[in-house]
Design a binder for this molecule. Structure first.
Ligand code: TRP
Ligand code: SF4
Length: 362
């Protein structure tokens, strides 16, 4: 079947989609409006595999792994709360499909060190996380492990944010090199015939070169107007209580020009407006624009529809998460089944990879 999906622009609905998230614990609304909503949309269109990159968490947190377990289950709960449907998508843990590690080690044999040292996140993160010793083998190998995560499922598409694009580029290079080194060479007669026409036939590929499916950055600001991020302490969690949502938005800074209620303001200079852009219907937005600029409404008044909308959204997440919190076994069953499904695909790829690399002698 070769249909064009109007929603994604992706051309073939049977093409596989793979993505992962490091287990950072409970997710916030930025994660939802950035990544998760996009995953939920894709799951209806393509076979999707979404996994917790728990080994990737260890590349930076190898000295303090205690939190990872808790974070894994909180995050999977939020995936389900955000509408990821285990009947449509396959949800699993990286560490439960050890074939990822096998592919990582086999790919590492022929991967030039320079390719890994050149990945921009390598030096960036080492500088950013200067309090940790990241001069480790595992950290250098982070993007190669990510390449294995993707190539093992022969994914065509990888929904990621902009920061991850260099990793997908590296993955493509790794796949190309692998196919060049180990792919099935063309039939010599066909090759000779092609050469006469000035063409060189390539090896039949074993691994698929994936493409990044760029996730539009969430326009949702944190409650201080900066980018929403757990580490900035400005996030609203997907399952934040209504009381806490109210408090956080009530105390949000507004246009600094509105010192007094009678001072007119400019929504463009106000982080609350960015929330209206995501959460409010057109008529409310018009009310804000007009009321703010004419000092016809106060900021507390202006914030109320956003508070109501966010509470409405988080209420859905809280409700969807409830069964999994009441019975964590449900969560484990979903992940168990997902791991089984993922492993079947991973095993099949590894059989071919081993054979191609001359390891088919056992
Ligand atoms: N590096 C990704 C991130 O930090 C997480 C990740 C690991 C991933 N393996 C992946 C994403 C494979 C997509 C595909 O967000
Ligand atoms: Fe911001 Fe609304 Fe206050 Fe204008 S009225 S400054 S948009 S909170």
């Amino acid at each position: 079947m070769n249909t064009i999906s109007a929603v994604t622009g992706i051309t073939n609905m049977s093409e596989r989609v793979v993505s992962g998230m490091r287990p950072t614990g409970a997710l916030h609304l930025g994660h939802y409006h950035g990544a998760l909503k996009n995953w939920a949309r894709l799951q209806a269109l393509h076979p999707c595999l979404f996994f917790v990159a728990d080994w990737h968490a260890l590349t930076t947190h190898y000295e303090s792994p205690g939190e990872i377990g808790h974070n894994v289950w909180e995050m999977v709960t939020d995936w389900l709360a955000g509408g990821i449907d285990p009947k449509q998508a396959t949800l699993f843990l990286q560490s439960r499909v050890p074939e990822h590690a096998e592919l990582h080690v086999l790919l590492s044999m022929g991967t030039p060190l320079g390719w890994l040292e050149r990945v921009p996140t390598y030096k960036d993160q080492q500088e950013k996380l200067a309090d940790r010793d990241l001069a480790t083998y595992g950290f250098l190998g982070y993007p190669l492990l990510q390449a294995a995560d993707i190539l093992i499922y022969r994914a065509a598409w990888v929904p990621v944010g902009e920061d991850q694009v260099p990793h997908i580029e590296l993955t493509r290079e790794i796949a190309r090199r692998f196919n060049h080194l180990y792919g099935q060479p063309p039939d010599p007669k066909e090759q000779a015939a092609a050469r006469k026409r000035g063409i060189t036939l390539e090896n039949a590929p074993i691994l698929t070169e994936p493409q990044a499916l760029l996730t539009e950055a969430s326009r949702l600001p944190g409650v201080d107007g900066q980018k929403m991020s757990k580490s900035y302490g400005n996030a609203i969690a997907m399952r934040e209580t209504p009381e806490s949502v109210t408090k956080k938005i009530r105390t949000m800074p507004t246009d600094p020009a509105r010192v007094r209620r009678t001072d007119p303001g400019d929504p463009e200079r106000c982080p609350v407006w960015a929330l209206h852009e995501v959460y409010s219907p057109e008529n409310t937005q018009a009310w804000v624009q007009q009321g703010c600029r004419s000092a016809g409404i106060g900021c507390i008044e202006c914030k109320q529809p956003v508070i109501d909308a966010v509470i409405g959204e988080t209420a859905v997440f809280i409700e969807r998460a409830r069964p999994y919190q009441e019975d964590p076994r449900l969560l484990r069953d979903i992940v168990d089944a997902g791991c089984d499904r993922a492993r079947l695909i991973a095993r099949e790829t590894m059989r071919e990879v081993r054979d191609a690399m001359g390891l088919g002698y056992v």
